[in-house]
Write a protein that binds this ligand. Sequence first.
Ligand SMILES: [Zn+2]
Ligand SMILES: [Zn+2]
Length: 190
Amino acid sequence: MQRLTRTIDAPKDLGLQGVIEVPEGAPVELDLRLESVMEGVLVTGTARASAKGECVRCLEPLDHEVDADFQEMFSYPDADDRGRPKDDAGDDAEDDEDTLFLEDGLFDLEPVLRDAVVLALPMQPVCQEDCEGLCSECGVRLADEPGHHHDAVDIRWAALQGLAGTIQDGEKDEMSGADAEAGVDEKQEK
Ligand SMILES: [Zn+2]
Ligand SMILES: [Zn+2]
């Protein structure tokens, strides 16, 4: 058994592209435990890095500390001959795609690291859990302006406000137009 600590430069496209990812070249801290087993080397580890993205609600840039655990078996190239019973030979082609191999005593951790980091990242990153996003009316970030609101939220409400004004005027003066009268009748029935 062997323990290793390494800081590496993040490879390209480490994360969820366009959503949140560890920038290329950013430091990734790896804590690895390598165990020699019958058929190869079992690698258990943790990767720590800082991912950058933007809040899906308010579009503010955000940092997210990734802490990704992984475990992967890297087999000796001839493990099939030594470790496995011969009777499952029919599944070999399928198995080979999932099996990672040691090559000249080295293992390629990149695909493992990539999978672990993607799994550890939030699919819908938010700047804070209760982020209220942006005002649908004017686009202002609601977290920056507590209590932000508009009096006429919707053009349909604006039309009703106009109608209310007409009704008040109509009660004092004369009604103008059948639409206004209909509006008054409806209101009074309710
Ligand atoms: Zn936000
Ligand atoms: Zn607004």
